[in-house]
Design a binder for this molecule. Structure first.
Ligand code: GSH
Length: 103
């Protein structure tokens, strides 16, 4: 009890699950599927950088280039020098829940 732990705000692994990955959620503010994912992220306290593809042209171009689609939500997962992109709100939630012991 009382032991202080320093965590990086960039690392979702700070939830002590041992996972050292960096997450970015590509989203818009008009997308209900995005709000579903964001609600889960907020509820569980995961560190995920939000990228708005309507407000940030660069985010839109990154998403399109990487996935060939403009569909949101899309989770960019960077881990051990590798990058993966995941569509589908329920797949994203299930992935994060399993990954971080939050099922
Ligand atoms: N089944 C998908 C639906 C995603 C979806 O329909 N996203 C809409 C916004 S609410 C979208 O990005 N439409 C534009 C497109 O696909 O180009 C999910 O659950 O994530």
């Amino acid at each position: 009890m009382g032991k202080m732990t320093t965590v990086s705000s960039e690392r979702a692994g700070s939830d002590q699950s041992g996972v050292d990955a960096t997450y970015q959620l590509y989203k818009t503010d008009l997308c209900g599927f995005c709000f579903r994912v964001r609600g889960f992220i907020d509820e569980r306290g995961l560190q995920v950088t939000l990228r708005d593809i309507q407000r940030e042209g660069e985010a839109f171009r990154e998403l399109l280039k990487a996935t060939g689609r403009a569909t949101v939500p899309c989770l960019r997962i960077e881990e051990a020098g590798q990058v993966r992109w995941m569509h589908e709100s329920m797949d994203i939630i299930t992935f994060l829940a399993q990954r971080h012991g939050l099922a």
